[in-house]
Write a protein that binds this ligand. Structure first.
Ligand code: ATP
Ligand code: MG
Length: 262
């Protein structure tokens, strides 16, 4: 029984609450289909995302997970992670770039969270600043709905159709443009983390395209690799550049990124 609850996000296709009970604090996620509008095609997969994430978390060995179905889709309950996300935490650096340098320790926390997932043989597929929750002891990487690497029940599975374009690696954008689908990979996760660190530290996207450009135009810019000449301050800048390498094989592994940061 919840003793307190707070609505966290209520977007098309997904609603998340922070819920407190006598057993502790949990995130409750509810998915339902996105109906077609004049601007958007229908997206039935958002209904399956919470159950898919629940199955992935189980596979990864997290035991305190529950998931199931409701009339319009699926839901999951998972432990709540306390703390600001990466984008919010580095807001002061973006506001006052001259005096505040983003802390490498924070970047390392994000790298370690992703490295843990990669070491288990998985790719995340949806790495973005809002998905790193920087806690007092450790950083958690949330939203595993698109992760690939192990068995997921067929009834909850759906194809990977790319992620937020700002964080999409060129090879993913290219594949989504030509086939509508792509393969989530660890190399693409490294690119997405590079783009996440860059935007959180500087406020700039890695790739140049107009804010209001249609999604396919944005993806075409990403596929071409029109990198903005913007750099994060300090040693982080060089490392992020390497993570954003156009060819996946030129990017460091997450293990190498961690070694460099340490
Ligand atoms: N376990 C958790 N601990 C703390 N916060 C969480 C947790 N799960 C979700 N949240 C919060 O809810 C937000 C949305 O959750 P999540 O990203 O998992 O859902 P989503 O439907 O995939 O949203 P999006 O489409 O933006 O990716 C997160 O950005 C975070 O602020
Ligand atoms: Mg999310």
């Amino acid at each position: 029984m919840p003793v307190a609850q707070r609505l966290v996000t209520d977007r098309r296709g997904s609603t998340v609450w922070e819920v407190e009970s006598r057993r502790g604090r949990y995130a409750v996620k509810l998915g339902y289909p996105i109906e077609a509008t004049t601007d958007w095609p229908a997206q039935p997969w958002t209904a399956l995302a919470p159950a898919r994430e629940g199955a992935v978390l189980h596979r990864l060995g997290f035991e305190e997970i529950a998931y199931g179905e409701w009339e319009r889709g699926t839901w999951n309950i998972q432990p709540w992670h306390e703390g600001p996300d990466l984008y919010r935490l580095w807001e002061p650096c973006r506001r006052d770039a001259s005096s505040l340098v983003p802390r490498a320790g924070v970047a390392l926390g994000c790298v370690e969270a992703l490295a843990e997932l990669h070491a288990k043989g998985w790719a995340h597929g949806d790495v973005q600043p809002a998905h790193f929750i920087v806690g007092p002891e450790r950083t958690s990487l949330i939203d595993l709905a698109l992760a690939r690497g192990g068995h997921v029940p067929e009834s909850y599975d759906f194809p990977f159709r790319g992620c937020l374009v700002h964080y999409e690696a060129p090879e993913i954008a290219r594949s989504v443009l030509s086939t509508g689908e792509a393969q989530a990979t660890r190399e693409a996760d490294v690119y997405a983390l590079g783009a996440s660190l860059l935007i959180s530290a500087t406020g700039w996207r890695a790739v140049e395209y107009p804010d209001d450009a249609p999604r396919p135009v944005q993806r075409a810019a990403v596929a071409k690799g029109s990198r903005r000449p913007v750099k994060a301050p300090g040693e982080l800048g060089e490392l992020i550049d390497a993570m954003l390498s156009h060819a996946p094989e030129d990017r460091p592994t997450i293990h190498e990124v961690g070694k460099a940061l340490r």
